[in-house]
Design a binder for this molecule. Sequence first.
Ligand code: HEC
Length: 91
Amino acid sequence: MYMKKIIITSLMIGLIIASSVLQQGCTVTKITERGGAQLWSENCTRCHSTPPPNVYSDEQWDVISTHMRVRAAMTNDETEKIIEFIKSANK
Ligand code: HEC
């Protein structure tokens, strides 16, 4: 009887730990939740080293990003976040 209680209790604790681990394991950042800086470092270095933001003006980055959006097959959303990040770093 006493053993049974211990087994059940430890099972419960195990379940609680397992479910919290699982919850954390499942919170892989969705693409939509990724920030511009992360998207930039993940995408823009795949094919070449990316020049630092201050190499180009904001207007030039607009053009570059449109071009690179096609090359990198990114969504508009991702591209906008990257542009936003580049421009914010371009001060
Ligand atoms: C699929 C490969 C690929 C990806 C991903 C990519 N590029 Fe490029 N990039 C190129 C190629 C190829 C060129 C050469 C010019 C062309 O395509 O006409 C280039 C040229 C450039 C240039 C102009 C040349 C230079 O070095 O100054 C810039 C700036 C640039 N990329 C920025 C970016 C940024 C920012 C991203 C992320 C949004 C990105 N690239 C993602 C392939 C890629």
